[in-house]
Design a binder for this molecule. Structure first.
Ligand SMILES: NC(=O)c1ccc[n+]([C@@H]2O[C@H](COP(=O)([O-])OP(=O)(O)OC[C@H]3O[C@@H](n4cnc5c(N)ncnc54)[C@H](OP(=O)(O)O)[C@@H]3O)[C@@H](O)[C@H]2O)c1
Length: 430
């Protein structure tokens, strides 16, 4: 039997605790599968005296977390602290510079500093692994990097934030508002007390930028992601969506277009019986379209101790088996400076809801504007109402350019019978 792989775990919360539990509970199985023992030689977090669900007896506690990177008796570091900068970044940089491989679940760190870290790893021959950073227990990083490596990808689409999917699912199932469900999710621990990272789409943006880098062999570029969250989604729009055969999901989307790669995060209407449309609650899912493989769909738990621990340990096992790979598929020097395109060049169908005073000629004026912008309408919905009351007019369009659609919406917004700004949701054909 070969020498043990000596592991330090920095951060003992959800992810670190999950990894530790699996390393302990599955020790024999992992040793057989790796051909060597996986040994936890040190642990560190911010508070040694904190009461924890995990048992730390027999483990060597280190107060100075950053010092793990300099310890010659440690082979690899699991960074499960979090944060774009601070101790997580310091620890990872030091470890890689010292030639120690790093396994992290930290998507913010990889999205913002991944290239610099991968460059460090390349110099010292260390591995930088981050399977748990995107979609928790779903092995999407390995799938894009290894299993589907023979393909070019036209599209990668994911439900990548369990909190948002939980909120949207519950709003629909319990007929409650975004605010009510968010409050409940916070009380249950499914949403943070400061929820903007999740509900405003930033977390999904970090993740899709990482998937883009793997799918298209480029550096992650969070600054080139169009981001829109779910705060404005209402039960009313969910009901109209349902009537039209759709459901509303927050998607992270990376698309290869003729002029460059487009990355976007926003609520989408998708077919309610489509693969992504049926993903419920805290689950995550990713749909990948490869030119030779066709469609590949992965669904599973995107967060929590066991799923993320499963991904962290899989990365550790690769290192134990001496599997080497480039974090973003290519050597850093040959990563192209990808040409990203903005959302204005998007072409898709749209849902548009207008709050209008019901009077004659409304529909004619609206359709005239669409005609002027060469946008062809596909369907039209209006529910019965009392005369002269505000009525909701719902339109869907055939495929058209985003810039054209926005110009039409701005013109419609100026009409004197409008009672509110028009509300638009993009429709993603799956
Ligand atoms: N939670 C998930 O399901 C999930 C899924 C995918 C990715 N991630 C990512 O995984 C990372 C960890 O998330 P988590 O949910 O496990 O976080 P968490 O439960 O809040 O745990 C964070 C851990 O880091 C420790 N820590 C905080 N500040 C520290 C410092 N200055 N020095 C040393 N240790 C420090 C904490 O110590 P104490 O325990 O002593 O307070 C705690 O053990 C984040 O990057 C997150 O985005 C999480």
């Amino acid at each position: 039997m070969s020498s043990p792989l000596r592991i330090a775990i920095a951060g003992l919360g959800t992810v670190g605790g999950g990894a530790l539990t699996i390393l302990r509970n599955q020790a024999k199985l992992l040793e057989i599968r790796c051909g060597r023992p996986l040994q936890i030689v040190a642990v560190s977090a911010s508070n040694k005296n904190k009461k924890r669900d995990i048992d730390l007896s027999g483990l060597h506690w280190v107060d100075d977390t950053a010092s793990l990177a300099d310890d010659p008796d440690i082979d690899i570091i699991v960074e499960s602290i979090g944060g774009t900068d601070g101790i997580a970044r310091t620890l990872v940089e030091k470890a890689l510079a010292n030639g120690k491989s790093v396994v992290t679940a930290n998507k913010a760190l990889i999205a913002h500093h991944g290239v610099a870290l991968a460059e460090l790893a390349e110099k010292t021959g260390a591995v930088l692994a981050f399977e748990a950073a995107v979609a928790g227990g779903i092995p999407i990083i390995k799938t894009l990097r290894d299993g589907l490596a023979a393909n070019r990808f036209s599209r990668v689409i994911g439900i990548l934030n369990g909190t948002c999917n939980y909120i949207l699912t519950n709003m629909w199932e319990t007929s409650r508002s975004f605010e009510e469900v968010l409050k409940e999710a916070q009380a249950l621990g499914y949403a943070e007390s400061e929820p903007s990272f999740d509900v405003d789409g930033i977390d999904t943006a970090h993740k899709i930028s990482i998937l883009t880098s793997l799918a298209y062999g480029c550096a992650p570029s969070i600054d080139n992601v169009y981001i829109e969250g779910i705060r404005r989604i209402s039960l009313r729009d969910m009901k109209f969506a349902d009537e039209l055969g759709y459901t509303i999901k927050l998607l992270g989307i990376a698309v290869q277009t003729a002029t460059g790669i487009q990355q976007r995060v926003h609520p989408c209407m998708v077919g309610k019986n489509s693969m992504l449309g049926t993903v419920q609650g805290v689950y995550n899912a990713v749909l990948v379209e490869g030119d030779f493989v066709g469609r590949v769909f992965l669904e599973g738990r995107g967060a929590g101790a066991n799923p993320t621990g499963s991904s962290v340990v899989a990365d550790i096992m690769d290192i134990a088996r001496n599997v080497k790979y480039k974090p973003f598929t290519l050597p850093i020097a040959s990563l192209p400076h990808e040409n990203f395109v903005g959302i204005n060049s998007l072409r898709c169908s749209y849902y548009l809801r207008l709050s209008v005073i019901d009077k004659s000629g409304v529909l004619a004026e609206v359709t005239n504007i669409f005609k002027k912008h060469s946008i062809s309408l596909r369907s039209f919905l209006q529910h019965s109402h009392a005369p002269n009351e505000t009525v909701q007019l719902v339109l869907t369009t055939h495929e058209t350019e985003e810039s054209r659609m926005l110009a039409a919406i701005n013109e419609v917004a100026e009409l004197d019978f409008m009672r509110d700004h028009p509300y638009m949701i993009r429709i993603e054909n799956l």
